[in-house]
Ligand binder design. Structure first.
Ligand code: ADP
Length: 240
């Protein structure tokens, strides 16, 4: 396996096997998905350790309003530092595509621009993080509320882990709405309709923005207005 693509391939492997297992439609459908998710994450972790391609020491968290470009930057950082990139938005969209119970529940919230309930996210993340213990991760889109952040703290404490950097990608709201409206033309994402975009910004201000205060001692705020490369450069300057 070529080093650059290893983490990415591993993620694809996990998603494919989850998809296959979901098709088995077991009795304990919802529970099994999470268990399978963890088992696969363990195999994936072992694979990365064997390949000596994982970063064992650091955990990043990247946050920012919808449209700030945090997902793009998270992918770049994951590649650069050999982290596992965990995007809760991608994980949930995958569940929706596969029509799993979690996906069916999440869909209604996501399509309207609301957050999926905290207990669903915390359960998914506890399993995933426990299984991935020992390899560096970058969390993208989680936590998104104070209860999620508190839950994450408890999970990390249990696992004897810590968050090393919290990156906050800041972009002014008018620029964000513009970006998202343009993205809507190409993305095909059902949560990119105009009223949903506005609702997502509102939900962000009410529920996610308070995390800036929650993480104030660790927060690295980055200006997200610029090209992808410029923003990456600003992040690297702060963390190196
Ligand atoms: P964006 O950052 O552009 O909103 P994401 O892909 O991160 O895009 O998230 C898309 C949607 O997935 C969110 O609007 C929300 O409905 C759901 N979602 C993702 N992460 C979480 C989370 N941690 N808690 C609750 N809902 C989430």
């Amino acid at each position: 396996v070529h080093s650059k693509g290893a983490i990415w391939r591993c993620q694809i492997l996990i998603l494919n096997i989850i998809y296959l297992m979901q098709n088995l439609k077991s009795k304990h459908y919802k529970k099994n998905i999470l268990v399978i998710h963890s088992n696969l994450a363990s195999s994936c972790k072992q694979f990365l350790i064997n390949q000596k391609q994982c970063n064992h020491n650091m955990n990043f968290l990247i946050m920012g309003p919808p449209g700030a470009g945090k997902g793009t930057q998270a992918k770049i950082l994951a590649e650069k530092y050999n982290f596992m990139h965990l995007s809760t938005g991608d994980m949930l969209r995958h569940e929706i595509d596969n029509k799993s119970d979690i996906g069916l529940e999440a869909k209604n919230y996501m399509n309207q621009g609301f957050l999926v309930p905290d207990d669903v996210l915390l359960s998914i993340m506890e399993n995933t993080l426990t299984s991935l213990k020992g390899i560096g991760i970058i969390l993208d889109g989680f936590p998104r509320t104070i209860p999620q952040a508190e839950g994450l703290e408890a999970i990390f404490q249990k696992l004897d882990l810590q968050i090393d950097y919290v990156i906050n990608v800041h972009v002014d709201e008018d620029i964000l709405i513009n970006r998202l409206t343009n993205r809507a033309k190409n993305s095909g994402r059902s949560d990119d309709a105009e009223e949903v975009i506005i609702n997502r910004q509102k939900v962000y201000s009410e529920l996610t923005e308070p995390l800036i205060q929650f993480y104030k001692d660790q927060l690295l705020t980055i200006n997200g207005d610029g090209t992808v490369e410029e923003v990456t450069q600003r992040i690297l300057e702060k963390i190196q």
